[in-house]
Design a protein around this ligand. Structure first.
Ligand SMILES: [Zn+2]
Length: 357
């Protein structure tokens, strides 16, 4: 029976010094690999596994850039220019993505009632955002709003969300922030309304994509006071727990900001379960430092200078870091309290011994 040879088979043949059978059928990429191929080495192709036939010939793997790019100084100014921009193909595409994220977020129970909002910076002084008083599960592209960096509405048939001020407060202070996602996912919000952050050094993915969660002091939703608290905290934290409220995540693009929301909610849920069975087990600070290196290499906001934060060696590692400029009134330790458990155990033993007398 004739055998179909892929680029991976050719690479393995080259490595082993074997030869092709005369009736071998070659895939196009196998022919390319046999003739020397565009740039891929035999060992690299062999390491590429089952994907090799489709990747041979590429110089490197790429991840699509999802960040919205604009020309500095090129913002539309007149009402006509703004209207044209608001309905341009790129903005229409972004609106549809926000609608899709709204459905996904609502479907995951992250948005009670009309809770939560999204925003994407699309110019020096222009931000696309969701409207107020709308379920995130039933938005359409026509519902989106355009505001300037002070929150003044520029376009859209619906009124913009009042909480966009908190999004803008981060964007103004942290240039890396180009998109924000705000929601009330139940487990992460349980930590937030308790003024606590989840444990560190227990989940590698969380260490890389979230790092240290920030705590922003309470402010009435939609006010500048709340916006400033979130803005201050968001400078060094791409995930902020808004005390007595919910969660804000930010990134260079809105999809990644939403992924962070999923990451932190999953981490809080898992941590709560782990607390109930006596965990979580922590990995070492050395292990954590390796993850911090990966985080830095991925271009996440650097948290090395956070004086109030630590990794596994911190006495307050479970409590987490409270933003120094605006500490919430109380931020007691979350979950399992070792000393309290010892005391309960001691008292229980004393009662049992008394009963046994
Ligand atoms: Zn909210």
């Amino acid at each position: 029976m004739k055998k179909v040879f892929t680029a991976k088979d050719i690479a393995e043949l080259k490595l082993s010094g074997g030869s092709l059978p005369p009736d071998a059928i070659l895939t196009p990429s196998a022919k390319e690999a046999l003739s020397g191929g565009p740039q891929k080495t035999a060992s690299a192709a062999a390491n590429a596994g089952g994907e090799s036939s489709s990747v041979v010939g590429r110089k490197e793997y790429t991840i699509p850039v999802k960040e919205y790019k604009w020309t500095p100084g090129g913002d539309p100014k007149t009402p006509q220019e703004l209207e044209k921009f608001f309905f341009s193909p790129k903005i229409q595409e972004l609106k549809k993505l926000i609608v899709d994220l709204g459905r996904r977020s609502y479907g995951k129970n992250y948005n009670d009632g009309n809770g939560g909002n999204f925003s994407v910076r699309v110019g020096d002084n222009i931000v696309l955002c969701t409207p107020t008083m709308i379920s995130k599960g039933s938005m359409s592209a026509d519902d989106m709003c355009l505001v300037d960096m002070d929150g003044n509405q520029l376009a859209g048939r619906r009124k913009r969300t009042s909480e966009v001020l908190a999004h803008l407060a981060i964007m103004k202070r942290q240039p890396m922030c180009k998109a924000c996602c705000h929601a009330h996912p139940p487990h992460a919000t349980a930590f937030a309304i308790s003024g606590k952050t989840p444990p560190r050094c227990v989940n590698p993915e969380t260490e890389i994509f979230i790092g240290q969660v920030g705590l922003a002091d309470y402010g009435t939703p939609g006010t500048q006071k709340m916006a400033d608290a979130v803005g201050e905290c968001g400078v060094d934290h791409d995930c902020v727990f808004m005390v007595n409220h919910g969660v804000m995540t930010w990134a260079a693009d809105i999809e990644t900001a939403f992924w962070k929301m999923e990451n932190v909610e999953a981490h809080c849920f898992t941590s709560m379960l782990a607390f109930q069975i006596g965990g979580p087990r922590k990995f070492s600070e050395k292990d954590a430092r390796e993850l911090v290196k990966i985080r830095d290499a991925m271009g996440m906001v650097n948290q090395e200078n956070l004086k109030e934060c630590g990794l596994c060696d911190s006495a307050d590692e479970v409590r987490g870091c409270v933003c120094a400029s605006k500490p919430p009134a109380q931020a007691p330790s979350a979950g399992y309290d070792c000393e309290a458990e010892k005391l309960v155990s001691k008292i229980t033993n004393m009662i049992i011994s008394e009963l046994n007398k």
